[in-house]
Design a protein around this ligand. Structure first.
Ligand code: GDP
Ligand code: IMO
Ligand code: MG
Length: 424
């Protein structure tokens, strides 16, 4: 595959198989870079027959010849970062030398995780079904200009004055609004300083590192977390995450220019899934939905929650592809549909004009899908490596997805491991 600066990002509600694709492609790139989200992500890779689930580390981390970068748009929990580094060190060596982290990353503090939990459990607040990782509250602090960034943990005086101000705000919320205990300033300062000491050797100017690699003729792979329909601006608001998972997030989150990303590939599953609350017009409520979930192993990689399943939504995909400069698709998990008699694809909405202003707001509650029903292939595609070996009904399905989405399917995935990948 042509190696230019490339982005791999999900176009649905997450869990499209981004981790597998990034790990598969990473060997062709000098570095891979996470640019948004935090340890709410769960990216699954198979490396040397081991199943590895990454939350914060880029999915290139097992490639010993590549760098793994975490850009300033990512929010970092210090406990999660170091426990993941420890865990993944069982599978690969030299992580601390190959992992470069922006000192501008905002830190997820213990109070963010508590507020996330108390808000989700509260009867008076809307339930989003978050991962309870403190992601939303941490991003709230960033835009409210009171966040503590990694760089602040390197200077005790600066940290103390920031933490005093911020903790005043959070202890007021914890005690007065949620009726919980206040947190200790000294304990937080101690933990943050210890984190600063530990992370210091991994800090780097990630923006300039990308520039430098490019100037040497080397290329970078940008790895999205979540998916475009969970993007805070483009997704099914308010049932979204708190960052820009779409290509718009790359420039701000990695620290490069929008034109530096030359190739943007969207990862889509052959059907859709969703974890947490929020509309999903093509949701399958009967036993078939449960059957697809069982065959596809659709259980959240981060929270272990069951994923809701539905048919491929061509209306939403077409819009997301058109508004995000997506040049091609990686279609994953077609093998999950192997046994089905027929397969549906949503080609329009009955009650909502897909071009209307409602798409701008993603008001999908009343959307009634109109389906094209395609014959199933009822033959195993699992682990197939050649496009020519796919049954005709499967290639017809792929052609239909291409026609409805308006871009080519460049990679087809037929199983969780790297070998089960077809590059066209
Ligand atoms: P991500 O968050 O987009 O990286 O996706 P997840 O790792 O959360 O979920 C994708 C799941 O599907 C993981 O369990 C993968 O191992 C698995 N997977 C990825 N590609 C395929 C595929 O083509 N076929 C099958 N059967 N499983 C796949
Ligand atoms: P990957 O990268 C699927 C969902 C949560 C919830 C909403 C907001 O593995 O695709 P948050 O904790 O981010 O504030 O939760 O977003 N969500 C994901 N769903 N895959 C993910 O990541 C997700 N990360 C967050 O379930 O609905
Ligand atoms: Mg996932």
């Amino acid at each position: 595959m042509n190696s230019t600066n490339t982005a791999i990002l999900g176009l649905q509600w997450g869990d499209e198989g981004k981790g597998k694709i990034v790990n598969y492609l990473a060997g062709n790139y000098a570095a891979a870079c996470r640019y948004q989200g935090g340890h709410n992500a769960g990216h699954t890779l198979i490396v040397n027959d081991n199943k590895i689930i990454l939350h914060l580390l880029p999915s290139s981390i097992c490639h010993t010849d590549s760098l793994s970068l975490i850009g300033k748009g990512v929010v970092i929990s210090y406990d999660a970062l170091f426990s993941e580094i420890n865990e993944i060190s069982n599978f690969t060596s030299g992580i601390s030398e190959r992992l470069k982290i922006s000192p501008a990353c905002v830190l997820i503090q213990p109070y963010h995780q508590l507020i996330d939990l108390y808000k989700e459990k509260s009867n008076s607040q809307k339930t989003i079904g978050t991962t309870l990782r403190g992601i939303g509250p941490a991003y709230e602090d960033k835009v409210a200009r009171r966040a503590i960034r990694i760089v602040d943990t390197l200077n005790e005086n600066k940290l103390r004055s920031l933490m005093e101000e911020t903790l005043d705000f959070y202890n007021f919320s914890l005690e007065k609004f949620f009726g919980k205990e206040a947190l200790s300033l000294e304990k937080l300062i101690e933990e943050n300083l210890a984190f600063g000491e530990r992370i210091k050797p991994m800090l780097a100017d990630v923006s300039m590192l990308i520039r430098q690699l490019n100037s040497e003729g080397k290329n970078v792979l940008f790895e999205g977390a979540q998916g475009a329909l969970l993007d805070v601006d483009q997704g099914t608001y308010p049932y979204v995450t708190s960052s820009n998972c779409s290509p718009a997030g790359i420039a701000s989150g990695a620290g490069c220019g929008p034109l530096d990303v030359e190739n943007i590939l969207g990862v889509v599953k052959a059907y859709v899934t969703r974890v947490g609350e929020g509309p999903m017009p093509t949701e399958i409520f009967d036993d078939l939905g449960k059957r697809i979930a069982k065959i596809g192993g659709e259980v959240g990689a981060t929270t272990g929650r069951p994923r809701r399943c539905g048919w491929f939504d061509g209306v939403l995909m077409k819009r997301i592809i058109q508004t995000n400069s997506i040049s091609g698709l990686c279609l994953t998990k077609i093998d999950v549909l192997d046994e089905l008699e027929e397969i549906k694809v949503c080609k329009a909405y009955d009650s909502i004009n897909e071009d209307s202003i409602f798409g701008e707001c993603m008001n999908l509650e009343d959307a009634v899908p109109v389906y094209e029903t395609l014959p199933g292939w009822k033959a195993p595609t699992k682990n197939l490596k050649n496009f020519e070996k796919l049954p005709k009904e499967a290639t017809d399905f792929i052609s239909y997805i291409e026609s409805i989405c308006g871009v080519p399917v460049k990679i087809v995935s037929t199983g969780p491991d790297d070998l089960s990948t077809i590059v066209r």
